[in-house]
Design a protein around this ligand. Sequence first.
Ligand SMILES: C[S@@+](CC[C@H](N)C(=O)[O-])C[C@H]1O[C@@H](n2cnc3c(N)ncnc32)[C@H](O)[C@@H]1O
Length: 433
Amino acid sequence: MPRLLRERGLGGRDAALATELAYGTLRGLGTYDAIIAMCGDREPDPAVLDALRLGAHQLLKMRVPPHAAVGTTVDLVRLRIGTGASRFANAVLRKIASRSMEEWIPIVAPDEESDPAGHLAIAYSHPRWIVSAFRDALGGDPKETAELLAADNARPTVTLVARPGRSSLEELEGSGAEPGRYSPYAAYLPEGDPGRILAVAETRAAVQDEASQLVTLALTRVPLEGTDELWLDMCAGPGGKAGLLDAIATHGDLAGLDGRDPDAFPGGARLLAADAQYHRARLVWQTTRRAAVITADGTEPPWRPGVFDRVMLDAPCTGLGALRRRPEARWRRDPASVAELGALQRRLLAAALDAVRPGGVVAYVTCSPHLAETQVVVADALKRRGDAEQLDARAYLPEVEGLGEGPHAQFWPHRHGTDAMFIALLRRRVTPS
Ligand SMILES: C[S@@+](CC[C@H](N)C(=O)[O-])C[C@H]1O[C@@H](n2cnc3c(N)ncnc32)[C@H](O)[C@@H]1O
């Protein structure tokens, strides 16, 4: 989208309108398709369907006057597809315009009582399997599931991180950002292009979700006996967590050292950041300062076992926790990807536990709340090996409430305004049980 906007020379309000049209339509198309199907006497061709989706979004979600929404969409179909199709589009759009979104939902969605997941899927435009996965992760509560789905459909705020020792909240506030809610290094940017902020351009600060900052901090906050000099980020690309880890490893957890946390890390460690893909590793290299960055497959590691004091495993996952940031992602994934990724997640977690020294700690992190990618993977690892114990991750996130029953911690967009990130902290036992 940013590239298209540049190519077409759109800026300011035009760019904002084009972005809302594209992203809003992508988010809502589960609902719009159900309404369009009810308003037409035949299945539209793919190109006509796309135009109808854009029209439906303007009619039902944006404050575009109906005659303008119908007129521009019909013109678009006439110009791009033909007169016959434009007549069909006109008829469908007029029917859509006859009701509001609130009036359409009970007509097109399955009954709430007899099919709650089906109802939520259409009402909040998510694939049904994702609704079920979210409901399971939220303990079956349909009301809270609806709140989560609604949060996925809202535009997220841009969150910045002031990497300690490299930038500061004061500097980011000077560029128009506001202090974050939880992370001592977070600032929200209400408007504007973050790339134009000097600290971001110089990689002293970066765009990073607040939960992503907090899970990184949690790993650095666990007290260790013995050495604390060598850290590993096993799946580091594109480098959000590696950037913060590198700054803390080098300069220390400055906010914690400021008297907030007696166990705050004082600095003086070194980070090795790895990613299986060269171009992703390159991005990590561009955003870090002192870290050693390599291209390496974590399941066939080039490092010796048992040498790292702390290991971050931010595992490849479905990304179901960041749907609000990627409007099209919910339609691209399918349940088969959960199973496929599950096998890789298990192998990577075993490799992370091999990489950490006895007494050291591993953070298993996903940007997905799907139980099969989170709790089940961790439970399997604990069952399989006697040399790991789980810590209560919530104890290292004292500033945040509502992280679940533990010992893992689960962030939620509707509770915390962050991505739905999961963290489990595992310590490698000194003497295996
Ligand atoms: C969720 S992303 C990591 C995000 C990153 N930690 C951040 O905060 O910016 C997962 C990464 O794992 C990498 N990956 C996938 N399989 C891997 C493997 N076998 N070994 C190492 N990295 C792998 C992917 O290329 C991807 O960049």
